[in-house]
Design a protein around this ligand. Structure first.
Ligand code: ADP
Length: 177
């Protein structure tokens, strides 16, 4: 491949991340305005291994990543052992509980299961670099942002699928060398 050709073959993080254009949006959690019931529904209605946590739907600022496994365990424990946790209990990933009306049920604090530094790349990052980061850091997933707003997610399987496609279309691809 000469340099020009190589450039035309460059795939970007935006081309591999989910969701694709027209797909249903990412399943995300907001940091302090969901209830225990909202979270249980999210867990029951999806199969994703994890969920980005954002400040709010409006801002789409990423605050971390929470694994399904950890959320499931935390919810079960809270339901079983924590006095006062009910369906309408507010869930917060923040350090302090949000200000709630005086008669609100006890909130559930989930900060301890939040990965506050999930790996992130911008949508313009070449996949060659993303693949390299996955390999070197042994990542399971990576989040994609644009101007600080959360756009998508790339999992290890997404990368393997992408590499298989590249190998089909373009056996000389630099990805495989
Ligand atoms: P895997 O890619 O190993 O099957 P997941 O089950 O977590 O892992 O993800 C399945 C697909 O859904 C992947 O293509 C991934 O990019 C996408 N995905 C992962 N997490 C989410 C999420 N929270 N919201 C929307 N899509 C997601």
């Amino acid at each position: 491949l000469d340099a020009k050709e190589e450039f035309t073959h460059t795939t970007l993080a935006a081309d591999v991340m989910r969701p694709r254009r027209n797909e249903t949006p990412l399943s995300v959690l907001t940091q302090d305005d969901m209830t225990v019931e909202d979270l249980e529904m999210m867990i029951n209605e999806t199969t994703y291994n994890g969920f980005p946590v954002i400040v709010s739907k409006e801002s789409q600022r990423l605050v971390g990543f929470a694994l399904r496994r950890d959320i499931t365990i935390a919810l079960e424990n809270a339901r079983r052992k924590q006095e006062g946790i009910v369906s309408s209990s507010r869930v917060h990933f923040t350090q302090h509980a949000p200000t709630l009306p005086a008669d609100s049920p006890r909130p559930l604090k989930l900060r301890s299961i939040l990965d506050m530094s999930p790996f992130t790349v911008t949508d313009h990052t070449p996949m060659e670099i993303v693949v390299d980061i996955f390999r070197k850091l042994g990542l399971r997933q990576c989040l994609v942002t644009h101007n600080g707003r959360l756009l998508g997610i790339i999992t290890k399987k997404d990368i393997l699928r992408h590499m298989a496609q590249m190998a089909d279309q373009d056996p000389e691809s630099i990805m495989f060398n």
